[in-house]
Design a protein around this ligand. Structure first.
Ligand SMILES: N[C@@H](CCC(=O)N[C@@H](CS)C(=O)NCC(=O)O)C(=O)O
Length: 170
């Protein structure tokens, strides 16, 4: 079934400019899926009202429709489990209901900091500092109304205390 995506545009329909819609485009690309674009302007509330949303992105997948970039990512992950995972690594849904999710995850990450002014990192003056890290994360989403949700994420990294102190001292 062909996917369709309502995405925010201005005068140029070929240039969707909403970062929330870009999120969905990136999620689709990561999954190897494409979606026909339905250009949408701020005033066209009636077009997305049947999908219980006042905002875009709204993804249409056959008879189903999903609003909110985070909800869409979760939908794609559940609906297309055989495609590359959006949430790779070791993880577990501790709670997963229509209105609440709470996830725990762990994995390897890579972070690169860049500084306007060179900073002393481990005795070396650097303008950038990249390192591989072990990550531990918890994340939750609470859906309050069809159009309002609260999303929080806490990621703990393996950055050593000595390195962290030097970074913050600049
Ligand atoms: N939490 C939503 C936010 C979506 C959102 O704010 N979309 C904006 C475009 S950037 C919108 O449609 N605004 C329409 C309006 O406020 O009338 C998501 O992640 O998708």
């Amino acid at each position: 079934m062909a996917l369709k995506l309502f995405e925010l545009v201005g005068t140029d329909e070929a240039r969707p400019f909403s970062p929330f819609c870009w999120r969905t485009r990136m999620a689709l690309a990561h999954k190897g899926l494409s979606a026909e674009s339905i250009p949408w302007c701020f005033t066209e509330k009636a077009a997305i009202a049947p999908h219980n949303s006042e905002k875009v992105p709204v993804l249409i997948d056959g008879e189903s429709s999903v609003a909110d970039s985070w909800a869409i990512a979760n939908y794609l992950e559940d609906r297309y489990p055989d495609r590359r995972s959006l949430f790779g690594g070791a993880g577990r849904h501790v709670v997963k209901t229509d209105t609440l999710t709470f996830d725990l995850s762990a994995g390897l990450g890579y972070t690169e900091d860049r500084y306007f002014n060179a900073a002393d990192v481990n005795g070396e003056f650097r303008t950038r500092y990249g390192r591989a890290e072990v990550l531990l994360a918890e994340e939750s989403t609470h859906k309050w109304t069809p159009t309002t949700s609260f999303h929080q994420k806490l990621v703990c990294t393996s950055l050593k205390h000595k390195e962290r102190r030097k970074l913050f001292q600049g």
